[in-house]
Design a protein around this ligand. Structure first.
Ligand code: GRG
Length: 289
């Protein structure tokens, strides 16, 4: 994971350093948001899925950068006063606190569009058809049929009692869609994806996406502000619906174990080659930040 984290960070740094904006604070705000820590889970999934299907890391580079650009944009906008109104992200002042609100909106916009520029100008991809499928994958996962839809539902449900089904749909869109897209992007980039391998990776993605969100909710209770890099207890304070609140802490933890089993089962056809993805599933439920 460390290897891939460093790889995507160095690609992102050289990409942003090479862009000549006339507004220097825009580039600064983009760099601040993209390069200020973070686990880089989504790019790591892109690399692992591509490698699993015998693709090279070069083939996965642009998709890895693109998905992290989308993720970073979503965090910048999520932190804005009109949304979650947060001051702290990854242990540092959020983008609109460090710069200003307009700059944070624009930096988010620029990161979002950068992602599609990266996918569409990727020369390492073998066919225009694959490129197009990757653009579609990322657009659908991040737009109004994916992450943006989940965010809109989330903002509309503060203080409301949700059913387990509603929570799963919300998180499936808000957090899960991008995680599944990361795996699909990596698989497509390898140029060796088959319908079966895409289905298996998607089933794995559904399980780890949900596990990621449940662990996030648990960390809001059991983690520390220092480790999390954002205020601990913020879900509780905002009366946000969470899995531990709905089903209890112990049942949530038991569910995590079941989801890791489901994730591992989904990978059975890949054998030993999928060990890194199995380790990532375990990492997701044992992470402390
Ligand atoms: C603004 C369109 C729009 C969407 C925002 C992802 C999201 C949607 C909001 C983030 C709110 C949040 C804390 C969700 C919980 C799960 C999550 C995505 C956590 C942050 O992702 P990590 O833990 O972050 O991968 P790092 O910092 O490691 O990159």
């Amino acid at each position: 994971m460390q290897l891939y984290r460093e790889r995507v960070e160095s690609k992102l740094l050289s990409l942003l350093s090479s862009r000549a904006n006339i507004a220097s604070h825009l580039n600064e705000a983009m760099q601040y948001s993209l390069l200020n820590g973070g686990k880089r889970l989504r790019p790591i999934l892109v690399y692992q899925a591509c490698k699993l299907l015998c693709g090279t890391l070069e083939q996965a580079d642009n998709a890895a950068c693109a998905i992290e650009a989308i993720h970073s944009y979503s965090l910048v906008h999520d932190d804005l006063p009109a949304m979650d109104d947060d001051d702290l992200r990854r242990g540092k002042p959020t983008c609109h606190i460090k710069f200003d609100e307009a700059t944070a909106i624009l930096a988010g916009d620029a990161l979002l569009t950068l992602a599609f520029e990266l996918l569409s100008c990727d020369d390492s991809l073998q066919s225009p058809d694959i490129k197009l499928k990757m653009v579609q994958t990322l657009a659908t996962a991040s737009g109004d049929l994916g992450m943006v839809d989940g965010q809109a539902f989330d903002l509309g449900s503060v203080g409301k009692a949700l059913t387990l089904e509603e929570m799963q749909s919300m998180h499936g869109a808000k957090t899960g869609a991008l995680i599944r897209a990361a795996l699909r992007l990596g698989a497509l980039a390898s140029n060796n994806a088959t319908p079966d391998s895409l289905t298996a990776l998607d089933q794995y993605g559904v399980a780890i996406g949900l596990a990621f969100q449940i662990q996030d909710d648990i960390l809001d209770i059991e983690g520390s502000t220092e480790q999390l890099g954002k205020p601990q207890g913020s879900d509780l304070e905002r009366d946000k619906p969470t899995y531990p609140a709905l089903m209890g802490l112990e049942a949530s933890k038991a569910w995590l174990e079941e989801l890791v089993e489901q994730a591992n089962d989904a990978l059975s056809s890949f054998g030993e080659q999928a060990t890194p993805l199995r380790e990532i599933a375990q990492f997701i439920i044992s992470r402390s930040s």
